[in-house]
Design a binder for this molecule. Structure first.
Ligand SMILES: [Mg+2]
Length: 356
């Protein structure tokens, strides 16, 4: 099989409502759809979701795609994924979301060629995974309403964004716990918004008031590894690293230095499915459970996260909700939601159709 055509198509997906976290507010999801056509009539779809976290924009993705990727991959066998990863890495530094978009497209082709859904092709550990849905930072009453809305839709796990104002964070989390009862999981994500003392105080306060927090994600600034390690050592709830872990090398460092209890692997940060497989393997050996998270990803990208999460035992947590946030996605299939779980498509590859 050979690649006959490669296209990158930028598309802005409008969010239903602006989304605020500790370090930014956004109202559109920037996605660059990747279409890979082959001489066997199989078309692979991938998607790059550039983000400030990966220091990319739609423009940088398009520029690197046109300058490097296109020429490099035309005529190559798309099923030789490791070889193509190596070729891309030798010719292009950084650009992790672009590399992810390409990598996802190659796995989509592999799945279609094998006539297997991607999660089974990758090893098929489970058929579905519980996912959190995310509540952005807002006035407390709005956050509570959002929480109630998600629970009424059947979701069982809420990820509450915190990290802007410790007092309001405590108030919001307690109000949400009060509103949803004790059977709903609540995890927190501070997106680097606290210092060590604030992070520990907030968790101790919430635990004393029986808020029952499942985990706290990225309490402290990404670059201060020992701050995160300190919070991990002192906090009674598990600490998850997200922004601290961008690359495969970061993941290894986290594992070796025991900086956090858990790790949030996002395909867009780590450069795709192949690298996520490697990071998950050394996390599993170190007995560090993995969460698969997402950026503001269209289903074309998020479906890859769902398939990945269901393929591996050590992926014990999922935060795969971005495709729910758009007014209208241009992708059909990929994954469905039921009773708090996200379920990968049984169709070959990602199982998506893209209306482009
Ligand atoms: Mg996070």
């Amino acid at each position: 099989m050979h690649i006959t055509s490669l296209k990158a198509i930028p598309f802005e997906l409008k969010l239903k409502e602006p989304f605020a976290i500790a370090n930014e507010t956004v109202d559109v999801g920037l996605n660059v759809f990747i279409k890979i056509e082959t001489d066997e009539g199989i078309t692979g779809w991938g998607c790059a979701t550039p983000d400030s976290v990966t220091s990319e924009t739609n423009e940088t993705v398009m520029k690197a795609f046109n300058a490097v990727i296109k020429e490099l991959l035309i005529g190559k066998d798309p099923t030789k994924i490791h070889l193509l990863n190596d070729l891309i890495d030798q010719n292009l530094k950084g650009n992790s979301s672009l590399k992810t978009g390409i990598n996802i497209g190659l796995y989509d082709i592999l799945g279609k060629k094998a006539e297997m859904p991607l999660y089974k092709l990758l090893g098929g550990y489970k058929e579905k995974i519980e996912t959190s849905v995310t509540i952005g930072i807002n006035p407390v009453d709005i956050m509570v309403e959002k929480a109630k809305e998600f629970v009424s839709q059947g979701f069982t796990c809420l990820k509450v964004k915190v990290g802007m104002d410790p007092n309001q964070d405590i108030e919001a989390v307690l109000a949400i716990r009060d509103a949803v009862g004790n059977n709903i999981k609540i995890r927190l994500d501070a997106n680097e918004g606290y210092n060590v003392e604030q992070a520990i105080n907030i968790i101790l306060t919430l635990e004393n008031l029986d808020a029952d927090i499942e985990m706290l994600e990225q309490p402290t600034p990404a670059k201060y590894l020992f701050a995160l390690k300190e919070v991990t050592a002192q906090c009674p709830v598990p600490i998850m690293a997200d922004e601290t872990v961008l690359t495969l090398r970061d993941s290894l460092k986290l594992v070796k230095m025991e900086i956090a209890d858990m790790i949030n692997i996002k395909l867009m940060k780590i450069g795709g499915i192949t690298n996520a497989i490697k990071a998950n393997i050394f996390a599993e050996i170190a007995e560090i459970p993995v969460m698969i998270g997402c950026m503001n990803e269209s289903m074309a990208a998020m479906a890859a996260g769902v398939h990945f999460a269901c393929a591996f035992k050590n992926v014990q947590y999922a935060d795969l909700d971005s495709a729910l946030d758009f007014e209208k996605d241009i992708v059909k299939g990929g994954a469905t939601y039921k009773d708090g779980f996200v379920i990968p498509s049984e169709k070959p590859g990602l199982g998506i159709e893209v209306d482009l």
